[in-house]
Design a protein around this ligand. Structure first.
Ligand SMILES: Cc1ncc(COP(=O)(O)O)c(C=O)c1O
Length: 430
């Protein structure tokens, strides 16, 4: 199918004159896959429509928040009702309590939390809190994990940073990252060595428990439990960045799925149901250090705003229905298996890796377990595959190093169409 792109091309020209790359976040510009970004007009369920009238099955799902699909009627109604009552007050509202109750019920290791406006704010604040609580400056971060564009964490970061071959950014002073220690993902020995050498300087270990920002990389057997034990032994705080995995790989996130108890957790995406939101929380004694109870300052004009809270409450309520995660898992499994079969038929060596409703198709024949193995993937080939899928009406994340997101709105028929498109598009990459 030849896509109509005249209106998107015009829009890009207008946007590029006003915004760097014409976008509000880098990966959206399609630079890693070639071609031009499409401007989206609307979404409903599993599908989006662009301003030229092309319709696509969507696996970006706003990069994870839309676990119910686009414009779910319950979320639309909840946000409409909230908006009619006033968009923001900068004062406490009961919806904040209601969302906090739902989060802490699903994740009992979060005894208290603070709402913010993005995942970046959540990780930035959690690191500040960990440093204040321990009186230590250091942070251990894993190569290829992305925690938002926090200065201290923008070192060897994944996602867009990795996509554009600049995993560390100019503008971040050496001094700011002096205390950031980088180790390979899934390498417990490297963490042990770093802690043995400098535990008394390390406040926290932060990680994506299931990585989404190098493509989907599961933690190896025993990795998370081993990490939790190492942290406990050395008095170092374990910060699980569940911005992507929270309410996604299980209701209680990766901590539930892998049976670990973090000291602090960061959240975003799903808990805002598609509106801008983030949160950080964890042990009560740590959270009691946050202002106004404690001295660790952190604030936000729009934090906990009624619209985001309403969308989050509606989303989490629907997710709490019995069998929801089993259904998500089953449909995602169907997609993973379909992609494996399609690649075998096309004679293309790929690895399909997934956890829950996150997955990636890597153009490599080796397991992808860390940043080094992710970087061995054939990104040119991914670009051809991406464009082939787009022409067949499937909108994938425009980078080899991003996870695809399956939602409850994706039907078996959607999956069958996606697999058929993949069968054809993979052949074209040969
Ligand atoms: C694991 C993780 N942490 C933090 C962030 C940053 O969140 P935000 O883009 O809302 O600032 C992201 C964004 O993709 C993420 O995937």
């Amino acid at each position: 199918m030849k896509l109509r792109t005249d209106k998107s091309a015009d829009a890009l020209k207008r946007a590029e004159a006003l915004m760097p790359g014409g976008v509000s976040s880098p990966v959206r510009a399609f630079k890693a896959v070639g071609g031009q970004p499409l401007f989206i007009a609307s979404g409903s369920g599993s599908k989006i429509r662009d301003i030229d009238g092309n319709s696509f099955l969507d696996y970006v799902m706003s990069w994870g928040p839309l676990i119910l699909g686009h414009a779910h009627p319950a979320v639309v109604e909840a946000v409409r009702k909230a908006l009619e009552g006033g968009a923001s007050f900068g004062a406490p509202t009961v919806r904040e309590i209601e969302l906090a109750e739902r989060v802490t019920a699903a994740m009992p290791w979060i005894e208290q939390l603070r709402f913010v406006n993005s995942g970046t704010e959540a990780t930035m604040s959690a690191i500040r809190l960990a440093r204040a609580a321990t009186g230590r400056p250091g942070v251990i971060k894993f190569e290829g994990c992305y925690h938002g564009h926090v200065d201290a964490l923008l070192v060897k970061a994944g996602s867009g940073a990795m996509t554009f071959g600049a995993p560390s950014s100019p503008g971040v002073p050496e001094d700011t990252v002096r205390h950031t220690h980088i180790v390979p993902f899934n390498d417990l020995e490297a963490v042990r060595r770093t802690l043995d050498a400098s535990a008394s300087e390390i406040a926290a270990v932060i990680l994506e428990p299931v990585v989404g920002n190098m493509g989907c990389i599961p933690p190896g057997e025993g990795f998370l439990k081993g990490l939790a034990e190492l942290c406990e032994r050395q008095g170092v705080l374990l910060v699980l960045d569940e911005v992507m995995t929270g309410f996604r790989v299980a209701r209680g996130g990766a901590a539930e799925r892998y049976g670990i108890r973090p000291d602090l957790v960061t959240l975003g995406k799903v808990i805002g149901g598609g509106l801008p939101v983030g949160a950080y929380g964890g042990r009560r004694d740590l959270m009691q250090l946050v202002s106004p109870v404690g001295p660790v300052y952190q604030a936000g004009t729009l934090s906990g705003n009624p619209l985001a809270m309403a969308a989050g409450i509606a989303t989490l309520d629907l997710l709490s229905a019995a069998g929801t995660y089993e259904r998500l898992e089953a449909i995602s499994q169907q997609l993973e298996q379909g992609l494996v079969n399609a690649a075998a038929e096309a004679g293309v060596a790929v690895r399909v890796q997934g956890v829950g409703s996150m997955l990636s198709l890597f153009f490599t024949d080796q397991p992808v377990t860390d940043c080094a193995s992710a970087l061995r993937c054939d990104t040119e080939r991914f670009g051809r595959f991406f464009r082939g899928m787009l022409e067949r009406g499937v909108y994938l994340p425009p980078s080899q190093f991003e996870a695809w997101f399956v939602s409850l709105a994706h039907s078996e028929e959607d999956i069958a169409c996606t697999v058929q498109a993949a069968r054809e598009a993979l052949k074209q990459t040969v």
